[in-house]
Design a protein around this ligand. Structure first.
Ligand code: SF4
Length: 208
């Protein structure tokens, strides 16, 4: 972790990481939903366009669905995401007085909010010490032999046991960069990897 945090400093922030500076829980939740299954540049474009028009649950509910789809088009899966944005906003208004809850159980009770999104909101909007686990955060610790897990949920539980709490806040930002640049999904750049001498390359069949 010491080597990785120097190599991939979390000041090279993603759209969501930048939002931590002045956290608005609703915008962080919506940006996180937009970021699913797309690249950061698309999340940035879609969230900027959307927040220029609507940045509260009430305002998003008022936008006609076709207009909402157009605003978030660049995030991909825009039809499904537009429906999720509407239903999440409706639930927040009806159940939580338009406020994003700062509690994992309540967040997970909202349809369309999964464990990664819930932890991103808890960490980035409310400063809680939790581990948001996305595909990079799941794949790489398994390759490194730190854990042996099948799902991101199991990974979160196992990492909580072995990873020093001082690294939790930055873990996601560091591993996302590491996963994009070096320990890539199909053929990782093991020859350029700063921690190759510590890695048993578990389940790595092809590497560069
Ligand atoms: S040595 Fe290869 S598999 Fe191991 S962490 Fe580095 S890039 Fe990933």
């Amino acid at each position: 972790m010491q080597i990785l945090s120097k190599e991939y400093p979390s000041n090279k922030k993603t759209t969501l990481n930048r939002m931590r500076r002045k956290p608005n829980p609703y915008k962080i939740l919506i940006a996180c939903l937009l970021s699913l299954r797309t690249q950061d540049k698309n999340t940035k474009t879609a969230s900027q366009k959307l927040f220029a028009v609507a940045d509260t649950p009430e305002k998003i509910l008022k936008i006609p669905i076709k207009k909402l789809e157009k605003l978030i088009f660049s995030s991909g899966h825009y039809k499904k995401k537009a429906r999720t944005l509407k239903s999440v906003s409706k639930e927040l208004i009806e159940k939580y007085n338009s406020k994003v809850p700062n509690n994992k159980e309540k967040l997970l009770s909202i349809k369309g909010v999964g464990p990664k999104t819930a932890n991103i909101v808890l960490a980035f909007a409310f400063g809680k010490n939790v581990l948001p686990i996305d595909t990079h955060c799941h794949r790489i610790p398994n390759r490194l032999g730190w854990i042996k897990t099948k799902t991101p949920e199991q990974t979160e539980k196992e990492l909580e046991k072995i990873l020093s709490k001082k690294y939790w806040k930055e873990f996601n930002a560091i591993f996302v960069q590491f996963g994009k640049k070096t320990c890539q999904p199909i053929s990782p750049w093991c020859s350029k990897c700063p921690i190759k001498k510590y890695c048993p390359r578990q389940n790595v069949n092809k590497k560069r």
